[in-house]
Design a protein around this ligand. Structure first.
Ligand code: NAD
Ligand code: DAU
Length: 336
């Protein structure tokens, strides 16, 4: 039976992947998560204890990582490395934990998989490629040069480079995926879509950075999970795969959809201070993943996925409510 060590498995996307694996395979999972402010252990609470073991700990703790990676062996076991500081705005306030977790943490994981000869799948982001012009006909591909803009994306780029170097220099059996913007249940209320939904659910207003012309390429977290499982099963060692679902939308379009679905007027939003260095557009060409590995996203309609996400937030106030006031106070202090 396959065993997976999932770092960051209590976060938004990591917990989605753990659930996805438990529901669709017979694998057992060890979650290693530091349980930072971004973690949601609640997202794992109903999963069977004999399939999912949760270990609270830091990926920069070399002894702990070594012990957990040492429990894996064989061609089907793997470390799936999601743990990261993930929010751009936070990286502009204090880059230090981003360098520690995203770079030093990835280094720590790489050294452990190298010692134990264990397969690694490293989760990364499309932001390592920088941004595109709104009218650029090209999208990001696996050969687009790295050009990260923020401390967050630079730290993820640094981690990707370490993984590639460990593959080439030490023969570590690793694959990398770079995915576009995820949405779905359990995403922290600091992020764009949950922030706007929960603002409206609380009787507040939508907060749009700048003009709202910035474009993100949205994918449901379930589709990200199915892509990662596909890469684990069929991916070629040493290869990078871009994950995307052709979901480009401007922030203004997303805001208007949320407003419409919650029964508000299209201009019921506030334009607030823009993010410094704000990337203009991300767009993924996922041809390699689709053609070589036969993957396809299941969520064909963003509008429908968004409606389900809005319903989920309306039903889970107990989870996000306690996080909301502090998150909004931090934004308000920055004029956002
Ligand atoms: P998240 O912030 O929701 O979750 C991150 C998880 O990592 C949390 O549970 C946190 O407690 C844990 N963590 C943080 N520092 C840790 C440490 N030092 N040791 C152990 N655990 C630690 O993030 P997310 O949005 O779920 O993103 C997960 C991964 O996917 C990240 O690597 C991110 O770069 C990548 N990614 C995210 C998106 C997106 O749209 N959210 C898109 C592409 C790639
Ligand atoms: O592209 C993948 C990346 O997507 C991941 O690597 C990151 O971990 C993830 O956080 C996300 O990064 P973004 O910076 O694109 O996501 P965020 O939700 O912070 O913002 C999405 C867009 O919405 C961005 O253009 C900024 C804008 N925005 C954000 C917030 C929080 C607003 O207009 N208003 C807001 O209140």
């Amino acid at each position: 039976m396959r065993r997976l060590l999932v770092t960051g498995g209590a976060g938004f996307i990591g917990s989605n992947f753990v659930r996805f694996v438990v529901e669709r395979t017979d694998a057992s999972v060890i979650v290693l998560d530091a349980m930072t402010y971004a973690a949601s252990p609640e997202a794992l609470a109903d999963l069977p204890g004999d399939r999912v073991e949760v270990v609270q700990g830091d990926i920069t703790d070399a002894a702990l990582v070594d012990e957990l990676v040492g429990r894996l062996s064989g061609p089907h076991d793997a470390v799936v490395h999601y743990a990261a500081e993930s929010h751009n705005d936070n990286s502009l306030q204090d880059p230090s934990p981003f360098v520690q977790t995203n770079i030093v943490g990835t280094f720590t994981i790489l050294e452990a998989v190298r010692r134990h000869g264990v397969r690694l799948h490293h989760i990364s982001t499309d932001e390592v490629y920088g941004d595109l012009e709104l009218d650029d006909p090209e999208r990001f591909t696996e050969s687009t040069p790295y050009r990260p803009s923020s401390p967050y994306s630079a730290s993820k780029a640094g981690a990707d480079h370490l993984v590639r170097a460990w593959v080439r220099s030490f023969g570590v059996a690793a694959t990398v995926s770079n995915c576009s913007n995820n949405y779905g249940p359990w995403q922290h209320v600091e992020k764009f879509i949950p922030r706007q939904i929960t603002n409206l659910l609380e009787g507040g207003r939508v907060k749009l950075y700048g003009s709202g012309e910035n474009v993100r390429d949205w994918i449901h977290a379930d589709d990200h999970s199915s892509a990662v499982l596909t890469i684990l099963d069929k991916g070629e060692i040493g290869r990078t795969y871009l994950i995307g679902a052709d979901g480009e939308k401007s922030n203004l379009q997303v805001v208007r959809l949320i407003l419409e679905q919650l029964g508000h007027e299209p201009d019921d939003f506030d334009q607030v201070m823009d993010r410094p260095g704000h990337d203009l557009r991300y767009a993924i060409d996922s041809t390699r993943l689709r053609q070589e590995l036969g993957w396809a996203p299941q969520f064909s309609s963003f509008e429908e996925g968004l409606a389900r996400t809005i319903d989920w937030y309306a039903e889970h106030r107990d989870w996000w409510g306690p996080k909301k006031a502090a998150t909004e106070a931090a934004y308000a202090a920055k004029g956002q």
